[in-house]
Design a protein around this ligand. Structure first.
Ligand code: GTP
Ligand code: MG
Length: 375
């Protein structure tokens, strides 16, 4: 990237997309402008750093954001909220004197590489993958591969095969950021499944009622657990004697359970009759057992278990963490080198094999191909 003389911003995600927007800010005033509009609440240090915080205008919070500093004169702003918020942030940047690059001009960024990394192929894959992510964490993990991580690894003059294989082996976790896992809430009727779904999503997506059998057809919502995107499905209560329309609701619930990546099994302390059901769930898939309504459940029923309350929000943070860990995001570091396309995995493998044979030139060539496709 040539050193720009004016500071400009381009929206690299589709203007029509709903979940996330990514704005790349480049130019000599980048640092000053970020200092004026961004209030970090936590951050890692130095170049390639990530900061979580808020975009503010005159004290009003426009959105939560993750800002990746790619160089002194280049950073990436990952925001929630889709086009409406993106427009607000672009207009804020414009007020600060930033030149806003139009959508068709922004297309030319597709041919750019990250500063000093000569990675035009990874750049293209990065911009294309960005269109699929729905959380700032996903966008940050991708941008880290573009401006650091994978691209830096492939640029190293001396690289060992184990590091290349580790980057290739990380593709499932990157895929989880692009293709959200299917998480299903299941359990007996009236256990508090729908209320728990609402607590996890943060708004009312499912009907809650004291009448057992309230949820009939399942309700599926795209949300996130600590930045990890998930499809969360609330299902009908499972009971064996169901007949007619209830039996159909139970059948549809089992169908969702069987295709889930992870099931959150909610029971309350007094439903001993459901031991068989819980045991059966465990034979099917990954299960996190949760004791629901812990604000009214006897304490001894909750002891040593993941106990949650949709009423007091007790345990909801722990449950989110447990979901992330189950999906492989425990200790996730978005800045470590990770492949996010099959093409990258292939070239990393070819380079690792060349190193195994002592063929350094072959490894270099494979890594050039990883960076530039026809390099
Ligand atoms: N005290 C308390 N009550 C809860 C909690 N969660 C749910 N409830 C209540 O329990 C009842 C059932 O809640 P739902 O979330 O509809 O239960 P469900 O498991 O979805 O029920 P079905 O859809 O009928 O299978 C409602 O009256 C809720 O207000 C909780 O954490 N604490
Ligand atoms: Mg329900």
């Amino acid at each position: 990237m040539n050193s720009p003389t004016i500071t400009s911003a381009s929206l690299v995600t589709s203007p029509a997309r709903g979940g996330i927007a990514v704005i790349i800010l480049t130019g000599p005033e980048t640092k000053r402008i970020i200092g004026e509009i961004f209030r970090p609440v936590s951050q890692t240090g130095g170049q390639g750093s990530l900061a979580l915080g808020r975009i503010v205008r005159d004290g009003e919070v426009l959105d939560e954001a993750i800002v990746s500093t790619l160089a002194d004169d280049c950073c990436e702003i990952n925001i929630h909220g889709g086009p409406h918020v993106a427009r607000k942030v672009l207009s804020l940047l414009s007020e600060r004197g930033v030149h806003i690059v139009s959508d068709c001009q922004a297309d030319s960024t597709l041919t750019l590489s990250a500063p000093g990394l000569g990675n035009s192929a990874i750049t293209e894959e990065f911009l294309s993958a960005l269109r699929k992510v729905s959380t700032p964490l996903g966008a940050s993990a991708l941008s880290c591969q573009w401006s650091g991580g994978l691209s830096v690894l492939a640029n190293r003059t001396k690289v060992d095969a184990a590091a290349l294989r580790a980057a290739a082996d990380a593709i499932p976790i990157m895929r989880r950021l692009l293709e959200p896992a299917e998480i299903v809430i299941a359990g007996p009727p009236n256990a508090g499944k729908s209320a728990l779904a609402n607590a996890l999503v943060g708004r009312n997506v499912a009907i809650v009622s004291e009448t057992p059998g309230t949820t009939r057809d399942w309700v599926r919502t795209l949300t996130d657990a600590d930045g990890v995107p998930i499809w969360l499905t609330d299902t009908a209560g499972l009971w064996e004697e169901a007949e007619g329309i209830d039996a159909e609701a139970v059948r549809r619930a089992w169908e969702r359970i069987e295709s889930a990546d992870l099931v959150i099994c909610v029971t309350v302390g007094d439903d001993d009759g459901y031991d068989g059901l819980v045991a059966h769930l465990h034979t099917l898939t990954n299960v996190i057992n949760v004791v629901g309504k812990c604000d009214i459940t006897r304490p001894e029923e909750c002891k040593g278990k993941l106990a949650v309350s949709a009423k007091t929000f007790t345990g909801i943070t722990d449950l989110r963490r447990a979901i992330c860990e189950d999906l492989g995001f425990g200790g996730f570091d978005p800045s470590s080198a990770m492949a996010f396309t099959e093409r990258q995995v292939e070239w990393l493998g070819i380079a690792a094999e060349a190193i195994d044979r002592g063929d350094q030139a072959g490894a270099r060539l494979a890594l050039e191909n990883l960076l530039q496709a026809d390099g």
